[in-house]
Design a protein around this ligand. Structure first.
Ligand SMILES: *Cc1c(COP(=O)(O)O)cnc(C)c1O
Length: 495
């Protein structure tokens, strides 16, 4: 691309080409200009310098432009709507970032003795209390560092409970709709997985669980609302059946954004739940950034929580307690992802009693999108949804248009695509989670783009097959990109 007649940078609207710095450098160019020191220059001896590192010679402006341009290639919630179902890509208020950057917190060392870190301990203690209250459970632990890590923590506690009670139970029930991490976690904790089939309206049915329930079942893992965005309204009855047989209930709370402060998990029979603070409580996420997956437990599992735990002493100060004989022990070096607790704490305190309202708006936004699109796209499960709605490409297939084509065309129309082909139980799934932070105008813009695509599918399907047409690169060979990553220059060739 760059050899013969390079496309002039800036000649294609705002889509700037950016070669690797090595192609931009010119021998002898320099980023600094200092007065001649007036002493003879003395080159570094060859035996010391060797061939030297292969740095390109660049001016300061070239370096600044290079990195600034690269930064504009990113897409994030701060750039535009990001309706990625199951991921809760909502806007995170900047004031929480400012609070998390306070030097008193960022400079605190985890090895400081309790006397010298009372503020940090208090923050951990109060965040645990607030989180437990949001779901109506007894106690919480902030140690797990991600959703899947919270699952591991919860299932290790369930395994410890069964070991302690010598039940010998070996199986875990996992619904068809579960996130892939659920069966993986059950297996890591030594259980075998038994799949629970989905009922006709997208929920788990009591008879399906009753059929599978025997004395070997140690627990069920239920995501509520589930990955179809549907509330598992049979859970209280299912929990009752499991408890009767001495089994426990794991609640995958990654979809908490639909029910914050609105559902009493204790009354639903949930023994342990994990949160994804990076999804629902104001931590920017994506790209593998830091997460946090605290757990909360009901009475049965309190003794098994990870340790050490922060306790409030009689004089009102905070201390570490590691006298926890039944604890599953540590799950994290030090105390978890502290910077993320700060954001969650700020988020919970700033919303206060309005927290349930945030979930209300998230559910309203998803139902609005579902209503406005249900004549244009196939809706596999009718009825109200929770925080996300799931469509398929069934109506577009007759025009040879697939979910992938729809997603790629959305990019041309200025929207990040929703989650596609997940959950796996829905053929050609398009899973849209608008979140509570988008305005009605923004939702209307997204709806208009989706409706336009449905029209194009019928009238001009070639436009969809050629999409995205307005990006730097078109459709990538995603398999080759993962299997044969190209980590050096030459990006223009076939990228
Ligand atoms: C995101 C998610 C997880 C996993 O959370 P991570 O933080 O990515 O490990 C688990 N279950 C459900 C339902 C999820 O949506």
């Amino acid at each position: 691309m760059l050899d013969a007649a390079p496309e002039p940078v800036g000649a294609s609207g705002l889509i700037l080409n950016e070669p690797p710095l090595w192609e931009r450098g010119r021998t002898g160019r320099s980023a600094i200009s200092v007065p001649n020191p007036g002493v003879p220059s003395s080159p570094m001896p060859q035996d010391v310098a060797g061939d030297g590192p292969d740095w390109p010679d660049l001016s300061e402006l070239e370096v600044v432009r290079h990195y600034t341009r690269l930064s504009t290639w990113n897409f994030g919630v701060d750039t535009g709507m990001y309706p990625l179902g199951s991921c809760t890509m909502k806007y995170n208020p900047k004031v929480h970032e400012a609070l998390a950057a306070l030097p008193g917190f960022t400079r605190a060392h985890p090895l400081l003795p309790a006397e010298a870190s009372q503020g940090a301990l208090r923050l951990i203690h109060e965040t645990e209390r607030l989180l437990a209250d949001v779901v109506g459970l007894r106690e919480a632990s902030l140690q797990p560092a991600a959703g899947a890590h919270g699952e591991l923590c919860g299932m290790l506690m369930i395994a410890a409970y069964h070991r302690h009670h010598k039940t010998g139970k070996t199986k875990v029930l996992v619904p068809d709709t579960a996130h892939g991490t659920n069966p993986a976690t059950a297996a890591m904790c030594g259980f075998s997985e038994v799949k629970v089939p989905l009922g006709p309206d997208g929920r788990i049915e009591v008879p399906a669980v009753a059929d599978l329930l025997d004395d070997d079942v140690a627990a069920i893992m239920v995501t509520n609302p589930n990955t179809l965005g549907i509330f598992e309204s049979n859970l209280p009855e299912i929990s009752r059946m499991l408890h009767e047989r001495g089994a426990l209930v794991y609640g995958d709370g990654a979809n908490l954004n639909a029910v914050m402060g609105r559902v009493d998990m204790d009354k639903m029979g949930v023994d342990v739940i994990h949160y994804n603070l990076h999804k629902s409580m104001s931590t920017p996420h994506g790209g593998g950034g830091p997460g946090s997956g605290p757990v909360a437990v009901g009475e049965r599992l309190v003794p098994y929580l990870p340790g050490p735990r922060v306790v409030k002493t009689a004089d009102g100060s905070f201390a570490w307690n590691d006298d926890l004989p039944l604890s599953i022990g540590r799950l994290h070096a030090f105390h978890g992802q502290f910077g993320i607790f700060l954001r969650a704490y700020a988020y919970l305190l700033s919303l206060g009693k309005d927290l349930p309202q945030a979930s209300g708006f998230a559910v309203l936004a998803a139902n609005y999108v579902q209503e406005k699109l249900k004549d244009a796209y196939d809706l596999p499960f009718a009825g109200r949804c929770m925080h996300e709605c799931v469509f398929t490409d069934a109506k577009q297939r007759e025009f040879k248009i697939s979910t992938l084509d729809i997603a790629k065309r959305l990019i041309d129309l200025g929207y990040h695509p929703p989650t596609i082909y997940f959950p796996l139980v829905v053929n050609g799934a398009i899973m849209i989670e608008p979140t509570e932070t988008e305005s009605k105008e923004e939702l209307d813009g997204f709806i208009a783009a989706m409706r336009r695509i449905a029209q194009e599918a019928a009238g001009e399907p070639d436009v969809l097959h050629a999409a995205p047409a307005l990006t730097k690169v078109g459709r990538l060979d995603e398999t080759a990109a993962a299997r044969k990553p190209k980590l050096t220059g030459d990006m223009g060739q076939d990228a």
